[in-house]
Design a binder for this molecule. Structure first.
Ligand code: CA
Length: 218
């Protein structure tokens, strides 16, 4: 499940990234309000954790703007502001909850779970003859199980969850392999080739986007 954290205190941002990734979330971090808003509008997140005081745009502005654009993902404010007036402002801007800094990480996790209730990872991803069960890590083509390595499975699920979206090699290497350098992206092509062989006829959904990366066609 993808989480966007917009927080300009690097220490807190890193702490959140590490803690949330250990809990199985995929975390994107922004240290600036403008960048955070851009990312929140460009990509889909299950939940957003927003600091209030940020460079350029405040968390409050980010929250207002995404709600105006019809983005309904839950928003939790992480803020030292805790006057009733601030809390009301946050809720009016469309926030779902807030946590006062300094915060307890377990409390944050529990509050996130409350907001994410009913939005667990899909039980089943289906596209034509292809069926993927994230829970049991199984994949089927025309009802026949295909045996994927862990990375092949993660790559396929990642692309399927973003079907219709072009995924760049650098984004895939960062999100699926957790490598933050561009020079290793050749490994993706090797995995995609292996995946295509195993997918057989369902490989037709997996398109190469020249010079950029890959996408699963809807
Ligand atoms: Ca701040």
């Amino acid at each position: 499940m993808r989480v966007l954290v917009v927080e300009d205190e690097i220490g807190i941002a890193n702490f959140l990234q590490q803690g949330l990734e250990e809990e199985g979330y995929r975390v994107s971090i922004c240290n600036n309000g403008r960048e955070g808003l851009k990312l929140a509008l460009a990509e889909e997140f299950a939940i957003l954790l927003l600091d209030w005081n940020l460079p350029e745009f405040s968390g409050l502005q980010i929250c207002k703007s995404i709600r105006e654009k019809g983005i309904n993902s839950p928003v939790i404010f992480l803020t030292a502001r805790d006057t009733t007036e601030d809390i009301i402002k946050g809720l009016q801007a469309g926030a779902n909850d807030y946590i006062k800094k300094p915060f307890n990480f377990n409390e944050l996790l529990e509050r996130m779970k409350v907001q994410l209730r009913g939005k667990e990872a899909p039980q089943r991803l289906v596209l034509g003859s292809l069926e993927v069960l994230p829970g049991s890590r199984q994949a089927f083509v025309k009802g026949e199980e295909i045996h994927l390595t862990q990375k092949e499975f993660e790559l396929l699920s990642y692309l399927l969850e973003r079907k219709g979206e072009v995924c760049s090699r650098s984004k895939i290497i960062e999100d699926v392999w957790d490598i933050h350098f561009d020079y290793e992206t050749g490994v993706i092509d090797v995995y995609v080739n292996a995946l295509r062989k195993k997918l057989g006829e369902a490989a037709a959904f997996l398109k190469t986007v020249r010079g950029i990366g890959y996408m699963i066609q809807k």
